[in-house]
Design a protein around this ligand. Sequence first.
Ligand code: S3P
Length: 445
Amino acid sequence: MSKRRFGLIGHPLGHSLSPLLHSRIMQAVGIDGTYEPIDIAPQALPARLPALLRTLDGLNVTLPHKQAVIPFLTDVDEAARRLGAVNTVCAGKGYNTDALGFALCRVPMQNRRVLVLGAGGVARVLVPGALAAGAKSVDIYARDVQKAHLLARQVGDSRVTALSDAPQPGYEVVLNGTPVGMYPDNGSLPVAQAVIDGARAVYDTIYNPTATRMVLRAKSAGIRAQGGLRMLYEQALAAQKLWNPQVDFAAARPALDNILPGLAREVLRQSPVKLLLTGYMGSGKTRIAQRLSHTMGEDLPMADLDERIVLRAGCAIPRIFERHGEQYFRRLERDELMRLLQAPGPMVIATGGGTLVQPGAARAVHEAGGLIVLLEAKLDTVLSRICPGAGDRPMINGGEQAARTLFEQRAPLYREAADLIVDANGGVRSVVNQILRAFEWEAQG
Ligand code: S3P
């Protein structure tokens, strides 16, 4: 068979993951083909689409064309017609594989109260998806209340309601279809924390970062939570299956299963998030940062904030405290922190035990697109690793009692700042694995 040609139309296309994703799928199943991003402005669609429909073997469609392509197609399948949106074209017929992609994520919604955040393109997939999965009720909340009401009316199911006011806790499932939390807006939550805390399952269609603040906070609270990468993968795979019905996808399962972890790393390369490790003295921030960076290879270099401060000051931390006092140290610390946050590329940063409990520090991290991981260890654990009163850590020069008091003061502040909370009482490997799992990264090689 001659080389197959596929393409994605949208505007703007920016850093779409689709070309890479499709080429990985084609490679895994042995299809000789290309997949090109084709940027088409809305007004150019009528002039350009017919030729693409004639010459390409298959087409994906993304914003803003999902609805606009419909009049150019010879047929539209039932599901896409109901959604009023086409994301895949095969032999002139329109389909919607987003809906299937979401269904394959298997968010447990049977008989549950579901909250959908947003009323745009993705929410149009989530609402019917929740109904199809047996939701007891689906409430839609969007900043644009009129849009939420319009979507509820269009779906026309008695279980669906549009909210006029911000949602209150009480939902068993929360689905995010807004862009809130997407890189570089990593520090934002699309809904109040209390609504997330009360849920039993949380799903975010955002895949960049692979785990948003909402997903991380939910995971930290022991709630089942998933980011949008799987949905992206499943809709692409479903499109390839439509375009290549003769190919045995089941036989390529092992190779296909390797694609998602690789993709998670690609997301990190494209959107270089900074991961800040925080936690009390002795929680293992430096060692965990080293091991995490080692495990991720060049995708995640490491920096140690205390080390930077020492280099900058030209003397050890106890000397800085002795000569200039804590306030001076905090200024240096804040300064070096901001430098690291502004440096290009992804990074895991071991902060000092006091860095992110300073007023405004966590907010500055979030505003700079960083995510905060709290290594949470018990007082006994940290006391077994540090030596209060030994003089190497000026904040606890006062000995064990001083270490206890500071620990108790800071414990709630760490929690407030954190996006992801991991249990740091165990060994290095177990802590690193918790972080890797949360972001769907896998060890290299
Ligand atoms: C401090 C912790 C230290 C160091 C400085 C102040 C603190 O870092 O930044 O002594 O306020 O907790 P480690 O947590 O790495 O020991």
